[in-house]
Write a new protein. Structure first.
Ligand code: NAP
Length: 249
């Protein structure tokens, strides 16, 4: 099977919908054997798996709350045993619990940190040992432009995404000599279930601040993830790539 990820074992957290799903589907079309970890499978999981098989790749779902250490360790151990190793990891799972800081509960702060930032630590820790041993691997952390620019009403979310950037650069330095690359993606406004609650009026206002004049689609992020996952990015590590139509420049 030809393709940029032919015979590569890939793990994507939160691949049941939105950006993660687009990554899962694209990686499978490029010949990857892709596991996605989420609390529930995609709504049309069977059709998604069948389409991947037809395209020459493979998709499997594993139930996993990526904020829970025991669940993460069990899922990654299972995948390594089944496939012999992991070549690509995309830490994509994420949530929002927006609110002004003086009204934000500790629970909302901690829930966002756990799902968005602690999860990347847990899944990377479970995976990196195997990548180091095999002297190869690519880890991609899905951050956000608000982790760079900040955003009122999203102190918890933007702190978690800024944290992911520090995590990316530090881990990149730790594992570079062992042939493992670590990069981050910083999407801008992408149309998914995470952003569908935003009113049309607010979206029109937001578009004014996007030089390319449109919001992004999950596939815009997936193609950047494919580039960083593949050998085309063999000399790139510790990088933060914005996919935001120019919003954050
Ligand atoms: P989405 O449509 O809401 O999808 C979120 C995914 O994360 C789902 O597959 C969900 O699956 C999974 N997830 C959530 N909590 C989880 C947990 N505890 N354990 C395992 N999986 C979990 O969101 P999206 O817009 O695609 O966002 C994907 C990533 O991109 C997030 O990190 C987000 O912060 C980032 N991002 C998004 C935008 C945007 O504009 N959409 C912009 C910048 C960055 P289950 O619910 O089944 O677990």
């Amino acid at each position: 099977m030809a393709g940029l990820l032919a015979n590569k074992t890939c793990v994507v957290t939160g691949g049941s919908r939105g950006i993660g799903r687009a990554v899962v589907e694209l990686f499978a079309r490029e010949g990857g054997y892709v596991y996605y970890l989420s609390r529930s499978p995609a709504e049309d999981a069977e059709a998604m798996i069948a389409a991947a098989a037809q395209a020459g790749g493979a998709i499997e779902h594993k139930v996993c709350d990526v904020g829970e250490e025991a669940e993460v360790d069990a899922a990654i151990e299972h995948i390594i045993k089944a496939r012999g190793g992991i070549d690509v990891l995309v830490n994509n799972a994420g949530i929002t619990r927006d609110g002004l800081v003086f009204r934000m509960s500790l629970e909302d702060w901690e829930a966002v940190m756990k799902t968005n930032l602690t999860s990347a630590f847990l899944v990377s820790r479970a995976t990196a040992r195997n990548m180091i041993k095999r002297r190869s691997g690519s880890i991609i952390n899905v951050s956000s432009v608000v982790g760079i620019m900040g955003n009122g009403g999203q102190t918890n979310y933007s702190a978690s995404k800024a944290g992911l950037i520090g995590f990316t650069k530090s881990l990149a330095r730790e594992v570079a000599s062992r042939g493992v690359r670590v990069n981050a993606l910083a999407p801008g406004f992408i149309d998914t279930s995470m952003t569908e609650k935003i009113s049309d009026e607010m979206k029109e206002k937001l578009k004014v601040g996007i030089p390319l004049g449109r919001t992004g689609g999950p596939e815009d992020v997936a193609s950047a993830a494919l580039f960083l996952a593949s050998d085309m990015a063999a000399y790139i590590t510790g990088e933060v790539l914005k996919i935001d139509g120019g919003m954050g420049m």
